[in-house]
Design a protein around this ligand. Structure first.
Ligand code: SAH
Ligand code: SF4
Ligand code: F3S
Length: 459
């Protein structure tokens, strides 16, 4: 039987889809590359905003004809929306065959193999589940997502994630390092460490900063990225490792959400804007080449025009390399949905969002265009989907760069002279190889974007 997994939501889900593929491959299931080929279709879903769920429900509706054409086809829903809606999903979409929450993936081979015509729902949390011993099946390439923690302990009031993924659990450092060694042995040189609040990571006396240093020692690893850290507990030790460890990307995604202290308190973000700024300043002082990006929510409960203006000003002052910008979407289960009023009118949310998208786009464009004429080091990660003659990689400060491939191969560090730029991409000319990578061929294309949310701002 062949399985096709469609992934929605953040990189945690991308990593989980690879985990699920690994669990199912170990149980003897094959990989389908098209819907036609698939005996089982699994949607790995997101619940972070209403739109994310609406999109998945739309996709399920589109799949009904497939079920009719192909009797025996199984459709499963897993991930955050599966946990959020559970049994309700079966009531809404009766042809869904199985539903599994983020802690139930080990049960999937059994849920699929022993399926007897009636829908099965398994969404219980399992605080002990770290998927140790399971090997994710990754596409061949030079980049890899590595989960270092599951769940989240923060419980920001707007957020559904703690209720879909449960409490924070850290994967033992020895398991993380074994996984990094395994991907490095397979030819991967760029790893992105994933967790909802990676800097809260701890295993005995191994902090997140120490973990970065340990990963940097793994032979073959060239670039280490991570997402997302939380502004709370962003230690001086971590700032120092980012500034001084050459293999750690000079890039930090540091979600702000709002620059109004009243809003931050209502959101229970546990920092003030001033405290957030202190981290930004330290990062920029100790590591002048650092690029910083962020997440913003506008229109959260009781956000006034004055609150919003503070956030708008912060975007202009902090000059983020890029930002994921969202209008608040009330989520059932979240603390805000239970105890606050979603009282900013839709039109106001949309107006604020459109305005900051416009501001940020201009800033990003200026920042990217300021690189024109410079020669930059780029690690090659793959080839353009649209034009395989173009190589795609990233600078040390995580700016996606496209250039005619020349002699460049995935895994190489190359020098590129920047000739043009959009608000998201640098475009340039291959100058020379700086160092050869160890990996000869890449079959898969790369994904760009680094945030634990969808990788585009929403209208
Ligand atoms: N753990 C990460 C974020 C995960 S969700 C962190 O704390 O940084 C990714 C982003 O989605 C959040 O940073 C936030 O900006 C946005 N988000 C989360 N819940 C939302 C909601 N209910 N409405 C709108 N945006 C939301
Ligand atoms: Fe956790 Fe991030 Fe959601 Fe806050 S926004 S509850 S830190 S996942
Ligand atoms: Fe879940 Fe990630 Fe979405 S944790 S709710 S898939 S943003």
């Amino acid at each position: 039987m062949k399985i096709l997994i469609e992934t929605y939501g953040c990189q945690m889900n991308t990593a989980d889809s690879e985990l699920i593929q690994g669990i199912l491959s170990a149980a003897g299931y094959g990989v389908a590359h098209t819907l036609d080929e698939a005996d089982v279709i699994i949607l790995n879903t997101c619940a972070v905003r209403e739109k994310a769920e609406a999109r998945i429900l739309g996709r399920l509706t589109n799949m009904l004809p497939l079920k009719r054409i192909k009797p025996g086809l199984l459709i499963g829903v897993v991930g955050c929306m599966a946990k959020h809606l559970g049994q309700k999903l079966i009531e809404q979409v009766p042809y869904v065959d199985f539903v599994a929450g983020p802690d139930q993936y080990r049960a999937l081979p059994e849920m699929i193999g022993k399926h007897h015509g009636h829908a099965e729902v398994r969404t219980e949390f399992d605080r002990s589940e770290l998927y140790s011993g399971c090997s994710p099946k990754r596409p061949k390439g030079v980049t890899a997502w590595i989960s270092i923690q599951r769940g989240c302990n923060y419980v920001c009031t707007y957020c559904i994630v703690p209720f879909t993924r449960g409490a924070e659990r850290n994967i033992p450092a020895c398991d993380i390092l074994a996984e990094v060694k395994r991907v490095a042995a397979d030819g991967c040189s760029v790893v992105t460490l994933l967790g909802q609040t990676v800097n809260s990571y701890r295993d005995g006396d191994i902090t997140f900063a120490k973990l970065l240093k340990l990963v940097a020692q793994v032979d073959g690893i060239e670039q280490i990225r991570f997402t997302s850290p939380h502004p709370c507990g962003f230690s001086d030790e971590l700032i120092e490792v980012i500034a001084t460890e050459p293999k750690v990307a000079k890039f930090v995604h540091l979600p702000l959400q709002s620059a109004s202290d009243d809003q931050l308190a209502l959101m229970r973000r546990r920092y003030t804007y001033e405290e957030y700024l202190t981290i930004v300043k330290k990062l920029r002082t100790q590591c002048p080449e650092i690029a910083i990006s962020t997440d913003i929510i506008v229109g959260f409960c009781s956000e006034s025009e004055a609150d919003y203006e503070k956030t708008k000003r912060a975007l202009m002052e902090n000059r983020y390399a890029f930002a994921f910008l969202f209008a608040y979407s009330e989520r059932s289960l979240s603390i805000a949905a239970r105890s606050m009023k979603d009282d900013v009118p839709r039109e106001v949310k949309q107006r604020r969002l459109a305005e900051i998208i416009d501001i940020q786009q201009k800033i990003s464009k200026e920042i990217y265009q300021s690189r024109i004429g410079q020669k930059v080091a780029v690690i090659v990660e793959g080839f353009s989907r649209r034009d395989p003659g173009q190589a795609v990689g990233n600078t040390r400060d995580f700016k996606t760069t496209i250039f005619p491939r020349g002699e460049a191969e995935p895994g190489d560090w190359v020098e590129v002279e920047i000739e043009d730029a959009t608000s998201q991409t640098l475009k340039g000319r291959f100058v020379r190889i700086l160092s050869k990578g160890r990996h000869p061929v890449v079959e898969e294309q790369i994904d760009v974007g680094i945030s634990l949310g969808p990788t585009v701002s929403e209208e």
